[in-house]
Design a binder for this molecule. Structure first.
Ligand SMILES: Nc1ncnc2c1ncn2[C@@H]1O[C@H](COP(=O)(O)OP(=O)(O)OP(=O)(O)O)[C@@H](O)[C@H]1O
Ligand SMILES: [Mg+2]
Length: 328
């Protein structure tokens, strides 16, 4: 702390007349705000000691992403990096006692320069851009719209925020609706904190990494279908659903990775995107002995979606199917 204060003593005077020690006046508000913010950051960074040892390049970024969650009593430690994905790294964190669960997953999006964002144009069609408070950008937000159209650095950040907020708000909606998705706990500029599947030593495998036992393939296929229906009833399509984005833990599945969630009514590619999701799911389950025709499922679900009639749908969340009732 003393060192930190020394640093500020040394920096005193870098903020112009308003803040200069040679000035007879007290430091200005702007200077004080910056100083308070930086001191808070420094305290957080000093306080969040992680069991996981980040690489030199990862450290600052990780602490910036997670320091606020530490300060707000969501997490007390970072135990391990679970996976480094194309867009984000996922870390296993120890939850604070007040959270009521032992572990949390932190999905930290990579720094902009190192991000390999999916081509998101196709998914963005028909969905508004979301701001960091989860509300949609309106026509009156001229500055944001201009920045996005011109693809300025700020405009790209706005798009990035929207991408992340779609993941967070979708998790919130679906979790509330009873879907098999991680419970979202908190979000900031670059990170989503959510329920963690796995143990302290290993994250849950994705379906593509494992073979299911004979008696669990069909119920788990039905469970994936129940989630697809649940989304479609809310005009949502996952958009990147496959055995790579479904976790398996203690006999249950969890759908993850939602930033590209697609609006089923406003996106002109919706049918193609849904059919691709269903096909990939069917491909995996066919390899596990549960063979259904993805096109038949697609036609059946799309018909119900168009008619907005789910009354006789076998995968309604309120009416889990018995195995012998399972028909398309
Ligand atoms: N809630 C969670 N609990 C445990 N592990 C998780 C959780 N969320 C994600 N993971 C792990 O992190 C990996 C990457 O997560 P996710 O798919 O959301 O990010 P991504 O950057 O889009 O990755 P990819 O490019 O590999 O699809 C997952 O494959 C999974 O192994
Ligand atoms: Mg993924």
């Amino acid at each position: 702390m003393d060192e930190t204060l020394d640093k500020y003593d040394l920096q005193y005077g870098e903020f112009g007349d308003d803040a200069s020690p040679s000035s007879k006046r007290k430091p200005g508000k702007a200077y004080k705000n910056v100083m308070v913010r930086e001191l808070e950051d420094a305290v957080v960074k000093n306080a969040l000691q992680t069991t996981y040892t980040p690489s030199r390049f990862e450290e600052e970024w990780l602490l910036a992403a997670l320091g606020g969650f530490y300060q707000d009593n969501f997490i007390t430690d970072v135990l391990a990096k679970v996976k480094g994905g194309k867009e984000a790294n996922v870390y296993c964190c120890l939850a604070h006692g007040v959270i009521g669960t032992e572990l949390l997953a932190a999905k930290v999006y990579r720094p902009r320069q190192q991000r390999n964002l999916r081509n998101d144009k196709m998914y963005r069609e028909g969905r508004p851009t979301l701001k960091s408070d989860g509300t949609a950008v309106k026509g009156s937000d001229g500055r944001l719209i201009r920045a996005m159209n011109k693809k300025t650095t700020f405009g790209k950040e706005v798009q990035h925020t929207s991408w992340l907020m779609y993941e967070y708000t979708t998790l919130a909606t679906l979790h509330e609706a009873g879907a098999s998705v991680p419970k979202p706990y908190a979000v900031n500029d670059n990170t989503i904190l959510m329920g963690y599947m796995g143990s302290q030593t290993a994250g849950a495998p994705t379906l593509h990494e494992i073979d299911l036992s004979e008696d669990e393939s069909l119920p788990l296929f039905q469970e994936v279908m129940r989630n697809i229906v649940l989304m479609l009833q809310r005009d949502m399509i996952h958009g990147d659903l496959s055995a790579y984005n479904i976790l398996y833990w203690e006999g249950e599945i969890t759908l993850i990775d939602f930033p590209q969630v697609t609006n089923s009514r406003n996106n002109e590619n919706a049918q193609m995107i849904l059919e691709r999701d269903i096909t990939r799911v069917c491909e995996y389950f066919a390899s596990q002995g549960v063979a259904y025709d993805p096109q038949e499922i697609m036609e059946s679900l799309w018909y119900r979606h168009e008619a907005n009639d789910w009354i006789r749908c076998e995968w309604l969340p309120d009416a889990p199917l018995q195995e012998d009732e399972f028909t398309i």
